[in-house]
Write a protein that binds this ligand. Sequence first.
Ligand code: 6CS
Ligand code: FE
Length: 327
Amino acid sequence: MHMKDRYPTRTRQHIEPFVRPDPVIYSGADAAKAGPLTAGELSSFEENGFLFIDNFISEKEVDGFLHDLEGYSRDRTVLDREETVTEPHTDVIKSVFAIHNLSSRFERLSRDERLLGMAQQLLGSDAYIHQSRINNKPAFRGTGFNWHSDFETWHSEDGMPRPRCVSFSIALDDNTEFNGPLMLIPKSHKVFVPYTGETPPQNWTQSLKSQTVGVPRGDQLKELARRGGGIVAPKGRRGSLLIFESNTLHASSNNLSPFPRRNLFFVLNSVENKLVAPYCGNAPRPEYLAARRNVVPLKAGPPVAPQPVRAQGSFLKEPAAAQVPRQ
Ligand code: 6CS
Ligand code: FE
């Protein structure tokens, strides 16, 4: 058993949401000097729990990733992989995990010096890949994800001690209001929302298709959205980058549009935050969901795209928050 679980969740007894005891940014006052994110971007991330950056990789680079992905959707060996999750009751790909093991193109992107520089600034240490995936939300049929905190799952089901972990999501399609963009509740990363109820054995066989365990209650979501000033759904061209903190509440709707919404995710965890035994008491999840063996710190490679590392005073876009309807 763990000495002290600072983030109790998946308990029989109800535990009220509480302010997270850990910081959001771990590299101290000189964070702005430690990498490509400017002081303004760092404080926006600290305050809101996410950051949206346009044109992180070029459209030409995006085409290369889509070429690989289209190959996978026709490749039976990829479709039959354990790491491939299909939409409920169909053969349509919903997610492909451990994509950095699938192709050198993805592996190279995971070591892009700009990504690693930002991770160093936010995590205050070297980082390794806790999880990578493509979420493939096909036109008309792509299903969304219920509201959740990734860290709540990664803590209880993977044994991730603290929220010292960040997701980098790169859009392979334009993310618009029509094709099921990721929605986030600003400032929600600062509150941990424990879930009342136990974790079924091998929960991931169900949760990756449609998550119910770990989903906050409606009244809790409403209160957090009120405090956060609403819900935002950063929109941007393919090639844009969304960075979000491991505990920021997020969700996405089904994709009823004729346009796909394919996004890449690299989840970088601090080397100081390696997984221990799952706090929920279940057996550990598979390696492709939660790295335990391959936790070598990522070594920066050249930037995948020719863009300069980061222009100062850069193109941060603060998306207008969707207003919470006045009750
Ligand atoms: O359980 C997980 O690790 C996955 N589930 C969700 C809904 N988001 C994070 C991650 O892909
Ligand atoms: Fe998630």
